[in-house]
Write a protein that binds this ligand. Structure first.
Ligand code: CTP
Length: 412
């Protein structure tokens, strides 16, 4: 057994998938033993009963830049130690045999104890995805540090242009997984410290050093704010689209004209433009992009919605398409809560717009649209007039809700 399963068992974490390495075998022998071949890129087989993955021990050699530039060798004489040597991190290069004996030629157990993410060998450079993987592991194992020599090696790889050759799908795959970890900020900090962030996400990298108004943002720095927002999204167990929306909500602050700073007039619209480009480049899935657009465009309005009257609240809801997409609207509100609480000293503040706007949504949902439309038709009204009748009924429902809330004590 190798890789994540051994690592997680030693860390006392639940083991998800078990991967196995087979030494001394050939593909023919595996097939004869009843295994099914599944590997597209490498000789990997599924166990006939457990369906766990069994890979033939292999060595790898880089032949060209990027993800596909690989050549590998499997043969019955490739040893377990050789197979472990071509792996990314020492903590992922421990093997365990069927009796529970560990094979750990590269000090993985020691690094687990010392909580260090360290590359196994120079073979690390052969796969630039490993930079992203390491950053993602830093976001998961929040008390692990990156070995100085590994950071140096990653810097060197970035300087050599390795990160530029990564295919968008792989970048997104790792970024999205890292966003879902316990402390996403650590992924971005690692990527930033080795110089990879500016290559992969220049519009994010640019936010460090950009000031914001201290009365709203006690942490001042936009990059720091962004990291706090992302970690808040993890703390509040937000889903991927919400975390991605958090990542993109303030991109426009990176292109605010110098003379406006620390104010960021119009940053919402600039964020939308920048995130569209980013999504196209990395082939980000539509659900992530669509939520990110809503949040980037409307987060300021949602924060200020406490001052809005019923008509403005209904317009806000309609702009967010909240009636047709109520769960996306709820995600947008959660992203806004992360934004509000991802500020120095404000982490524990209640965020009133979220429950309030959820109640507004409910009130609007309770308006009997079909009946109103039917009645309006019967009165001889036409398209835009019918829409106006419905809009008006929604505004009244929200006004009633707000009146009630005030009577109940303060319009929270
Ligand atoms: N670019 C990569 C991908 C994988 N591996 C090796 O293959 C193993 C299995 O990879 P994978 O299943 O992707 O990751 P896990 O380490 O199991 O981590 P996770 O818990 O995120 O699945 C890793 O442990 C590592 O030894 C590697 O060296 N380089």
């Amino acid at each position: 057994m190798v890789g994540g399963a051994v690592r997680d068992r030693l860390l006392g974490l639940p083991v998800q998938d078990r991967d196995w390495v087979v030494v001394g075998a050939t593909p023919e022998a595996m097939l004869a033993a009843g295994y099914t071949a599944v590997g597209k890129d490498f000789p990997v087989f599924l166990h006939p009963k457990t369906h766990e993955e069994y890979a033939l021990a292999r060595t790898e050699r880089k032949t060209a830049r990027g993800y596909h530039g690989f050549e590998f060798r499997t043969a019955p004489d490739v040893t377990l130690e050789q197979d472990l040597q071509r792996r990314d991190l020492t903590i992922n290069a421990i093997a365990e045999d069927e009796t529970g004996r560990l094979v750990d030629p590269y000090g993985g157990v020691q690094d687990l104890q010392a909580k260090v993410l360290r590359h196994v060998s120079d073979a690390f450079v052969e796969d630039p995805v490993r930079i992203l993987r390491l950053a993602r592991f830093a976001a998961r194992f929040v008390d692990f540090s990156v070995a100085a020599e590994t950071l140096m090696l990653m810097r060197h790889m970035v300087e050599q242009g390795e990160v530029d050759a990564l295919v968008p799908e792989r970048v997104w795959q790792e970024l999205s997984r890292g966003l879902m970890e316990a402390r996403p900020s650590r992924m971005f900090e690692v990527l930033r410290s080795c110089g990879a962030l500016v290559r992969i996400l220049p519009e994010v990298d640019r936010l460090w050093g950009v000031p914001q108004r201290a009365e709203y943002h006690p942490e001042v720095d936009t990059g720091m704010h962004l990291m706090m927002v992302l970690d808040m999204s993890a703390r509040l167990q937000a889903n991927l689209p919400t975390r991605f929306a958090c990542l993109c909500h303030d991109l426009g602050k990176g292109t605010t004209p110098e003379e406006l700073l620390p104010r960021h007039l119009g940053h919402e619209a600039r964020s939308v433009d920048l995130l569209r480009e980013l999504c196209q480049r990395l082939r980000v899935p539509n659900d992530c992009r669509e939520l990110a657009e809503v949040v980037a465009r409307e987060h300021g309005n949602i924060h200020r919605s406490g001052d809005m009257r019923a008509a403005a609240l209904v317009r806000l809801l309609e702009r967010c398409d909240g009636l047709r997409k109520p769960s996306r609207f709820a995600d947008a509100l959660l992203a806004c809560e992360c934004d509000a609480r991802g500020r120095l000293g404000l982490e524990h503040d209640a965020y009133a717009p979220r429950p309030r706007l959820l109640r507004v949504l409910q009130a609007v949902q309770s308006v009997p649209t079909a009946e109103l439309a039917e009645a309006a038709v019967a009165r001889g009204l036409k398209g835009p007039q019918i829409a106006q009748v419905i809009h008006q009924a929604r505004v009244e429902a929200v006004a009633t809700l707000m009146g009630e809330a005030q009577e109940l004590g303060g319009g929270s």
